[in-house]
Design a binder for this molecule. Structure first.
Ligand code: ZN
Length: 178
């Protein structure tokens, strides 16, 4: 959402190109001249796997309430991307796991987000999902509810994960969601 008021002094901002050689419209304070830069948000999550099955979470929150997703959420300050992915997996699924390598990095320029998913090896099939999740359960590839996946970055990550597993080799996948 656009910035309405200066975070420094509270005056209503104006959107204009700053005078400092910038080329983009920014929220500029006409009083204290603070320039408010808006940058993409990073979403971090995991692909938790046990044997041949992948853990998905049924969302108990908007957006996409009732649809399935890999455990993921916005990265917090003062944590690494890997720590954020692990934290979200604990919060949303209550899973026990070892986190592995980065698997996918997807830019969603339209909404100003970058999504990163790490592979994770589940240590148990017992889950204790938090309030953001209605249900956490394991799916074999053939049972993935493709039409009920909440986000394109998740379905595109899962497709690439299963393709790599069939090929017997995992690599890092970088792609854009148009
Ligand atoms: Zn100001």
């Amino acid at each position: 959402p656009p910035i309405k008021h200066c975070r420094n002094c509270g005056i209503a901002v104006v959107y204009r190109v700053p005078d400092d050689g910038d080329t983009k419209f920014r929220a500029v304070c006409p009083s204290c001249h603070t320039i408010h830069y808006e940058n993409p948000l990073i979403v971090v999550g995991t692909i938790p796997v046990l044997d041949q099955q992948v853990l998905l979470c049924k969302r108990n929150i908007e957006p996409r309430h009732g649809m399935w997703t890999l455990p993921a959420g916005f990265m917090e300050l003062n944590e690494t991307a890997t720590q954020g992915a692990a934290r979200e997996t604990v919060e949303e699924a209550g899973a026990e796991f070892d986190i592995g390598d980065l698997f996918s990095l997807a830019s969603v320029a339209r909404v100003g987000q970058v999504h990163m998913f790490y592979r994770a090896q589940l240590l148990s099939d017992q889950f204790d999902p938090g309030t953001e999740t209605m249900e956490a359960r394991l799916f074999a590839e053939d049972d993935i509810p493709w039409s009920e996946i909440a986000f394109r970055t998740v379905s595109e990550t899962l497709k690439r994960y299963f393709a790599d597993r069939r090929a017997g080799h995992f690599s890092i996948h970088v792609f854009d969601i148009a």
